[in-house]
Design a protein around this ligand. Structure first.
Ligand SMILES: N[C@@H](CCC(=O)N[C@@H](CS)C(=O)NCC(=O)O)C(=O)O
Length: 310
């Protein structure tokens, strides 16, 4: 785990000192839009997606790519789930692809390629433009919006996971789901002081209770329509029992203790194209092996049983 400072890689853990032991996520640096009015116009074969199958943020983009029929138009490189002193790497690992475009060894070399003096964390997902050879966007919340509607002229797929009529409700749900659940598990797991951890866990389970009561009355988060809000929640839920419950100490309950939420998670998992985007080996190996500050031995637990998915 590390970051680039003025173009040079430094192997350092997140700094929580001076912030009462709280983890604070940094804003993503590359925020360009893909649209016919932008420098980055929609096109088949022009863009490439760099992901980790372990990462819940990258997972959103893989799901949207599947649902919108973008797989033939946007190719993908998958990093090695083991992330230590060099950050994300392209070293061989089952299910990883290597860097399909440049054969880099390390993900940070891709960021250096854009700017040899860059100061940035080196995160996935990255949407890469092969024409201008630069990062278009590395913020998953934005990438999924461009995948949702920016490429309709290329794919002919008009399915809409952010429909105009539901936008304000989707935005409202995304807001608390992001702070209390998606990022909430990280706030609990990366906290370095007791109070910071307890605050995050309390907020997290209050939000999961809220999800459970919503899903007891409706099929999806925003009424009965499957939207991006569900995609964004799903990628955290699917990692919860295998990783966040143990590794991030989010252990008041498991998702399987929430009947409506558990049923909802399984329903989404079984939608066409979704199961293929879930790789439990990458998920468990990444978190337990990479976060040596939380799990110094790097030993990956055998359980829980995932027989449910077979
Ligand atoms: N805001 C970003 C966050 C992406 C992110 O934090 N990805 C993690 C993997 S789950 C990462 O690459 N972390 C490496 C680091 O922080 O150095 C997004 O949603 O796209």
């Amino acid at each position: 785990m590390g970051l680039l400072v003025e173009g040079r890689w430094h192997d350092t853990w997140y700094d929580t000192k001076g912030n009462e032991g709280k983890f604070k996520r940094q804003a993503s640096l590359f925020r360009n839009e893909v649209s016919s009015n932008s420098e980055f116009t929609p096109d088949s074969g022009r863009y490439h997606l760099y992901v980790s199958l372990a990462c819940p943020w990258a997972h959103r983009t893989l799901i949207m790519r599947e649902l919108k029929g973008l797989a033939p138009h946007i190719s993908v490189s998958v990093v090695n789930p083991k992330m230590r002193e060099h950050g994300w790497t392209f070293l061989p690992y089952p299910g990883a692809t290597g860097d399909m475009l440049y054969q880099h060894q390390y993900m940070y070399q891709l960021y250096q390629r854009v700017d040899s003096n860059i100061t940035s964390r080196v995160t996935v997902p990255v949407l890469w433009d092969t024409h201008t050879q630069q990062i278009v966007n590395n913020e998953s919340a934005e990438i999924i919006r461009y995948f949702n509607s920016g490429f309709n002229t290329v794919t002919g797929n008009e399915d809409d996971y952010y429909p105009a009529a539901l936008r304000s409700e989707i935005d409202a749900v995304n807001e608390w789901v992001y702070h209390d659940i998606n990022n909430g598990v990280y706030k609990a797991g990366f906290a370095t002081e007791q109070n910071a951890y307890e605050e995050a866990v309390t907020q997290l389970f209050a939000a999961l209770d809220k999800v459970e009561s919503r899903l007891s009355n409706h099929a999806f988060l925003v009424g009965d329509t499957f939207t991006e809000a569900d995609i964004r929640l799903f990628t955290t839920l699917i990692r919860f029992d295998p990783v966040y419950h143990g590794h991030f100490k989010c252990n008041l309950k498991q998702i399987k203790d929430y009947p409506a939420t558990y049923d909802y998670m399984k329903r989404i998992f079984r939608m066409p194209g979704i199961a293929e985007t879930v790789n439990f080996d990458h998920i468990k190996t990444h978190y337990y092996y990479s976060h040596t500050m939380i799990n110094p031995t790097g030993v990956v637990p055998v359980g829980p049983s995932l027989s449910l998915w077979e």
